[in-house]
Write a protein that binds this ligand. Sequence first.
Ligand SMILES: Cc1ncc(COP(=O)(O)O)c(C=O)c1O
Length: 398
Amino acid sequence: MRFSSRTPADLRPNRIAAARAERRPEFDLTVSNPTRCGLPYPLELLRPLAAPAGRVYSPDPRGLPGAREAVCGEIARLGGDVTPDRVLLVASTSEAYSFLFKLLCEPGEAVLTPSPSYPLFEHLARVEGVQALPYHLDGEHGWRLDLHELTAAASTVRAVIAVHPNNPTGSYLHPDDAGVLQELCAARGWGLIVDEVFLDFPLAGAGRSLAGSRTCLTFVLGGLSKSIGLPQLKLGWIAVSGPDALVVEALERLEHIADTFLSVATPVQLALPALLDQGALVRRAILERCRENLAVLGELVGPFPEVEVLPPGGGWSAVLRFPAVVDEEDLVVALLEEGVAVQPGFFFDFPRDGYLVLSLLPELAVFREGVTRLLARLRAVIEGGGGPDPGPRTSDPG
Ligand SMILES: Cc1ncc(COP(=O)(O)O)c(C=O)c1O
């Protein structure tokens, strides 16, 4: 029996996952599931899911009109501008990627993905038989794009992904870079995919939605998993804009793909306007949590001149930079022994050792104690030295 190479050849857990399964850390600074962080979800929040209209199934592959209209309201709140006929509902942003790769790429063709960024792009591309090719964000210059690198991209490229703000650097797509990227996509016939799942969470500054921009064929992604902290409801969206003829054809083809699966449940579509209304409370609580933890982080890191918090513009994470005197993987495993879980920078493809990624979602006491233990260990390691900088390495999200 032979299985396809869309799934990895080796499914064994990597060293960090194995260590983690053994230790079950008490101070989990990797948590990305907001429903497990002691946030105040209103008891009645999911009541709209029980609306009697949900007993009838009358699917629309693009999503029910009332739900698409509610999505347009969300996008307008973030500064974008689309009409409901240019929105398509999906079960999650991950599914949106899968639909867009099907729409834009032949098997073996490629999408450009930012680096460092969300490690799942590689997996999402691979399961569609598509290649994810990294383009680099410049950490020394506000995570700006390298236009030369993008211009020199392989001829197999069919789309570019931008994450706005990016996970985990928290950096927004600079308006000048957005303009250049749009021109490049228009000239090359590439789709521009803008992942705005964290746009609702400004920590310093804010960004505007790119939904509605007309220069090139643009797909803006968002969803409930982040916007109101409800990943279990499985509802996300794609807002399409750009030159009219291209938009119309892209939507027709996306509808064809969506019709093959009809993956979004009826009750959540019917409930969407009410969920978005009441979920604003959850969004505010998440934002407040992230801001409070970021302030705690700044306060705790302050006395350690060797350690730096890279200031995030928005999102749910913070990045620590420190002298690369120790292998990140060794450090993360050592921290697990002290009950603290963090992500190494190399999971996200930072170009060298010396980065850790912390979730800003944990409860305040958990976050404070976890960071305190982390910094104590980091100081011991830095003061003890650890040999030369191990230099560049490849990513292994495993
Ligand atoms: C940048 C980014 N995009 C998309 C996703 C996936 O979101 P969803 O739950 O909607 O699939 C994540 C999840 O963490 C993410 O970080």
